[in-house]
Design a protein around this ligand. Structure first.
Ligand SMILES: [Zn+2]
Length: 56
């Protein structure tokens, strides 16, 4: 299991995710669309999300 805090990439966001890397990336994509207005998650952001994940 891994964990990711959106606030590590988007300052001020309190949302946190746990799950497998793929689950987290899927959740983050939905969250980014719903709460951050991103219509798609650029590869650069995916890399930042992966880099910010910690083992949970
Ligand atoms: Zn967020």
């Amino acid at each position: 299991m891994k964990a990711f805090r959106c606030g590590d990439v988007v300052p001020g966001c309190a949302r946190a995710f746990t799950g497998t890397e793929d689950e987290i990336l899927a959740e983050v994509a939905r969250h980014a669309q719903a709460d951050h207005g991103l219509t798609e998650v650029p590869a650069e952001l995916v890399e930042r999300v992966r880099g910010a994940m910690v083992v949970a």
